[in-house]
Design a protein around this ligand. Structure first.
Ligand code: BMA
Length: 314
């Protein structure tokens, strides 16, 4: 019997912290935000905003405390540009943001959606106002991707989730220039059968670097007769060789429980794309989409997550 999971994440009492009614223009829903702490201490969420056609774009929301007092851009921050990038015809979704010290810039890795299915696209930015768009870096069907903040053995590393129906596992690929990607390796397999993370898993926020390894919060999709349930689990990977899994939790650590997570445009979904580590190096704020309808916040301790993983079977 594995060690049961204590409560590793607690919901903010103001949840959901952002909904479509907070938006300065008419939208259907706001969810699955990337997150970053700016040098002046501002929390920036790059939110997925779905318009009333069903197409998504990204819009920045800024707050001094990361909980309330949000100021949204008054128009989309990054919109699909299907003339230059046909793979964005049906919108752009689910951004993961990583600050890259070597470049002094933020990498935004997002899903570009078109007839061929979802693919992985990259843009770099200094200020979340102007973006250098690299276009598609992983062809469909692929999503749930983020860049690691630094090179591994001289190469940039991208975690992503190609689909090989009926299963979808997490992979890692390497690049000398952020444009050509190769040396593809499977990083974490979806389990099978009755498991909470059977058949389909994916990276949630970008990995968190700790002295013990890359701490990865990933989502697992349980397919049931009543629909899918999106929950979160933990795994730890070798710092120098991130395709090597050191630990993986057996139990999920966070799942839909509250009404705003259980009912919405898509029921029973918690889906984080971003987290912020506080200056204390331990307190983690996890920003997640709830039921594909709103944005919520849960906080936890990285130390407690690592301690729980430590007692899991390898
Ligand atoms: C996943 C992604 C997410 C979404 C989730 C639940 O496949 O598309 O954007 O939140 O499904 O609908």
């Amino acid at each position: 019997m594995s060690h049961p999971s204590p409560d590793l994440l607690s919901r903010n009492e103001r949840n959901p912290i952002l909904t479509s009614s907070d938006w300065p223009y008419r939208v259907n829903s706001v969810f699955n935000p990337g997150a970053v702490l700016l040098p002046d201490g501002t929390t920036l969420l790059l939110c997925r905003v779905e318009d009333r056609r069903g197409h998504s774009h990204l819009c920045a929301a800024r707050s001094a405390n990361g909980v309330d007092g949000w100021r949204m851009d008054t128009e989309p921050t990054l919109s699909a540009d299907p003339e230059r990038f046909p793979e964005e015809l049906w919108g752009i979704e689910d951004p993961r943001v990583t600050f890259i010290p070597e470049l002094g810039r933020y990498a935004v890795v997002y899903t570009a959606y078109t007839h061929a299915g979802p693919g992985v696209a990259l843009a770099l930015t200094d200020d979340f106002r102007k973006f250098d768009r690299y276009g598609l870096i992983m062809q469909p069907e692929d999503k749930d991707a983020a860049l690691l903040p630094r090179r591994i053995g001289g190469q940039w590393a991208l975690i992503h989730r190609p689909v090989s129906d009926p299963q979808a596992h997490m992979w890692i690929s390497y690049s000398p220039d952020l444009r050509s990607w190769g040396n593809h390796r499977k990083m974490l397999e979806a389990r099978r059968g009755a498991w909470w993370d059977a058949n389909k898993i994916g990276l949630s926020p970008p990995p968190i670097e700790t002295p013990q390894g890359w701490l990865v919060i990933y989502h697992g999709v349980r397919m049931t007769a009543g629909g899918c349930i999106y929950r979160l689990g933990l795994a730890l990977f070798d710092l120098r060789n991130p395709e090597r899994c050191l630990k993986r939790g057996d139990e999920w650590i966070f799942g839909p429980e509250e009404p705003y997570e259980r009912r919405g445009d898509v029921d029973d979904v918690v889906f984080p794309c971003g987290c912020i580590l506080a200056p204390d190096g331990d307190t983690l704020s996890l920003y997640y989409g709830a039921a594909d309808s709103s944005i919520a916040l849960a906080t936890g301790s990285v130390r407690a997550m690592l301690e729980w993983l430590e007692v899991q079977d390898p």
